[in-house]
Design a protein around this ligand. Structure first.
Ligand SMILES: Cc1ncc(COP(=O)(O)O)c(C=O)c1O
Length: 493
């Protein structure tokens, strides 16, 4: 069916799951089912005074009228079909534990224990969970870093081609696109290359559920032809937090297996408000994506241009700059480099929150990331930019005192992360003594938020020196088990 055909459009106006829930809520049915608040009656009064009671009537459990997420035959089935139709894929699965669970599901669905997967070391932490649970061998791609922009990139076509040439046994390639900063890699080229070689392409498109719905935005993984791709519909479109979708569009993976795995990983008590919000977010994006994201893009582009032309201690990279580097940019996102203020991104994030009533999604030592979405309006961006201009008047002329760098992470994997993770044979060694041993834990310094130690890999001297340096600089290292990082857990062999 053509996307512009009348029957396609008419179908996309429907919201079967939301309609079923609304009809149920309006009937004021006496509840002898979970949850215990009974249509909101038992919800804490303070909360209910603020939110109103009606919304809790959507918080129901599995019964025929509202369908079952694990074995859908009614309104959830129809809502998933409309989602798949909107994105042009064979099947869409609703997720109620975000893209985190979708990433894990992709590994389990595409790979068997012992397969190997090419994956960037700068992937989201849920990827490590997927690697451990599925028992695959990761083949790491070293993330590229731009020390002028203070930015970490996703895998490029050339990096993936090199990895495929070197490791032709890889079963799948895992790509994150867009990144947190909205940087999009050359997905179509990557998918073509992988499919020519019979490799599965898995895409973490947590930040890209909106891309398909506006012509000015970069290409989405679903159009590029990814076999599986997972999107956080809650991040930029208007679904409630935790609402994500896993899209299946493959002739290399069995859809029934995907269904079983998604079911294994999800709660049997999904929140129906989240599920209904996926249904509504899809219709809204389909109907108004062009118009709403034009508004968001204009606001973001004006903000970017104002910052670049008027705020001398801050800078936003542009789409043109990204294209010169071989990437594309989701121009709804604003990454603001603040290194010349003399303050860190964290400090400015805190000033914005406390003094300007503005909360960002993310900041690091160098950058602020302002995420816009379906509900963003021009005046929000103006207030943000005014706040930055104000901060710039007080703080400017600073020097960068930290360089974004990481050691070589294309390490030798001696054991599969799963084997080490599930083994009790570990001991702690002083950082210097750990060189040459097999790591038995994950250590991730923030910044840059990339795991520097992964279970199963041979620890190099470069990695140890890096960790010692990070620890001396008081950098927070996620995964460390003591106040100061003095030891690292290794496999006892
Ligand atoms: C690139 C990326 N992948 C996956 C996730 C996890 O998504 P979710 O919060 O929907 O579980 C995030 C979250 O920020 C992310 O940035």
């Amino acid at each position: 069916m053509k996307k512009t055909s009348k029957s396609f459009m008419a179908k996309q106006l429907r919201t079967p799951l939301y309609d079923a829930l609304l009809a149920h809520a309006k009937r004021n049915v006496i509840s002898f089912h979970c949850p215990g608040h009974k249509n909101g009656r038992g919800i804490d009064k303070g909360l209910k005074d603020y939110t109103g009671e009606e919304v809790y009537k959507f918080d129901v459990t599995v019964f025929d009228e509202v369908d079952s997420l694990h074995d859908p035959v009614g309104s959830i089935k129809k809502a998933q079909e409309l989602m798949a139709q909107a994105y042009g894929v064979k099947h869409s699965f609703f997720l109620v534990n975000g893209t985190s669970v979708g990433n894990i599901a992709m590994f389990l669905a595409a790979c068997n224990s012992g397969d190997s997967v090419i994956v960037s070391r700068s992937s989201h932490k849920s990827i490590m969970a997927g690697i451990i649970m599925s028992g695959v061998w990761p083949i790491w791609i070293q993330p590229k870093i731009d020390q002028n922009l203070d930015l970490i990139f996703n895998s490029t076509y050339d990096q993936i081609k090199d990895a495929l040439d070197k490791y032709p046994e890889a079963k799948a390639v895992f790509v994150t696109s867009p990144t947190y900063n909205g940087v999009v890699t050359e997905l179509s080229k990557i998918v073509d290359l992988c499919h020519r070689r019979g490799k599965i392409v898995l895409v973490d498109e947590a930040h890209g559920a909106h891309l398909l719905f506006n012509k000015r935005l970069p290409e989405s993984a679903v159009t590029a032809g990814a076999d599986l791709c997972v999107q956080s519909t809650h991040k930029i479109l208007s679904a409630m937090s935790q609402g994500s979708v896993l899209h299946f569009n493959s002739s290399l993976i069995d859809c029934i297996r995907v269904k079983k795995i998604v079911s294994m990983l999800q709660t049997t008590s999904p929140n129906y408000l989240i599920l209904a919000s996926l249904d509504l977010a899809r219709r809204q994006a389909f109907l108004y994506g062009e118009k709403n994201f034009n508004r968001v893009i204009e606001a973001a582009e004006e903000g970017r241009s104002y910052i670049n032309n008027n705020i001398n201690s801050m800078k936003c990279f542009t789409r043109k700059e990204m294209q010169k580097l071989g990437f594309d940019l989701d121009i709804t996102k604003l990454t603001v480099n603040v290194t010349k203020t003399g303050l860190s991104g964290y400090e400015i994030e805190s000033i914005l929150a406390k003094e300007y009533n503005i909360q960002l999604d993310y900041a690091d030592l160098f950058n602020l990331v302002a995420i816009m979405g379906e509900g963003s309006i021009k005046s929000d961006v103006e207030t943000f930019v005014n706040g930055l201009e104000d901060i710039n008047k007080k703080y400017h002329g600073g020097q960068k005192n930290w360089i974004l760098k990481i050691p070589s992470l294309a390490t030798e994997m001696v054991m599969r992360p799963r084997e080490v993770f599930l083994s009790g044979d570990t001991k702690k060694l002083g950082l210097k003594k750990a060189v040459g041993h097999i790591a038995a834990q994950t250590l991730t310094p923030y910044p840059p938020g990339i795991p520097i130690v992964i279970p199963g890999e041979r620890i190099t001297k470069e990695i140890c020196d890096y960790l010692i340096d990070m620890s001396a600089k008081d950098i927070r290292i996620s995964g460390q088990e003591t106040e100061m990082l003095k030891t690292v857990k290794v496999f006892t062999n």
